[in-house]
Design a protein around this ligand. Sequence first.
Ligand code: NAD
Ligand code: UD1
Length: 338
Amino acid sequence: MAVLVTGGAGYIGSHTLVELLEASIDVVVVDNYSNSKPEALNRVKRITGKDVTFYEVDLLDEKGMEAVFKKHDIEAVIHFAGLKAVGESVALPLSYYHNNITGSLILFKLMNQYGVKKLVFSSSATVYGLSNLSPLIEDLPLSTTNPYGTTKWMIEKILEDIYQADPTWQIVLLRYFNPIGAHESGLIGEDPSGIPNNLMPYVTQVGIGKRKQLGIFGKDYDTPDGTGVRDYIHVVDLAKGHLSALAYTTTQQGIEAINLGTGKGHSVLEVIKTFEKANDVKIPYTFMDRRPGDIGTCYADVSKAKELLGWEAKRSLEDMCRDAWRWQSMYPEDYVND
Ligand code: NAD
Ligand code: UD1
């Protein structure tokens, strides 16, 4: 019996693999390396001392995916694979819908065919749209502002319908808030291609000298210091949340959307200050206009995760800043072979 991990070479997937392997759970990984590198899996092996069964296959390749289901006795699936860049999704909606939706449909069809009905799906706080009702609770009405977000919302809907038709499925929709940081070994971490869209990889690249200064998007939000507030969560805490969700699917039937965050909001200026103090590195910044589509404040109500999964985030913002910096400074070029 094994857990199939789609997108396991990616940022959150690789950290989750470490936790799964360290808990002696058998894994089978598929990834097409469209946004990751083989070296990530070598590093997972280095951290855990365990081999990873891996297939370079695209979710859109139904035959290739079916071969994996045929060969292995899959018990459950953790589904990370997907494209995730908001701006790119606005420019390339067809690619995003095809990759994320069609890829997921092929996966769910094969799961059904092979009687695999336990699923943990990577959703996102992006499904709360422009809601300014933080702390955000899971049963708020959903909306999205870009094609990436819409793929998450649509996949959630598709899974609800699958469950309605067949209540033997056991599905957890994990709505991540803002994952940052890296494994404390410094061996794996976020590996953005090109100019980072998200705050922490931008900050670490300024720290290492790859970029001159950080542009802060907006200083007039209705927040304590005027800069945007988010619920940053350490990627290792997030990874551990997947093991709790997986355990939940083995005991409960149903479909549950569950927030994974810390329940605490931090502003951009707070992140910069904490980063500078934790790492003794200066981050020059300048204020810029608000980024279109951004809201002032977004953080999670985390009581459902605690109640249903018995999970809560343990690591502080300082831990996140320290670990993100360790990864960036050990591997300034991210996943280059060493
Ligand atoms: P990532 O890009 O690092 O990992 C995704 C992995 O999926 C990559 O390794 C990529 O190569 C692979 N992939 C993409 N399309 C594929 C396909 N068709 N077939 C096979 N493999 C494919 O992203 P991540 O940050 O690890 O995110 C994992 C999941 O969590 C994604 O679904 C993402 O949308 C979701 N999520 C991420 C964040 C975040 O801030 N990182 C927040 C909320 C939700
Ligand atoms: C972004 C995505 C969201 C996705 C999330 C996690 C947009 C509009 N939203 O959200 O869909 O789920 O990432 O992947 O892209 N900031 C700066 N300067 C920067 C980068 C960010 O000031 O160079 C600010 C932002 O305005 C925000 C905070 O930092 O206040 C966090 O930004 P980011 O890391 O991009 O995450 P989100 O905005 O939450």
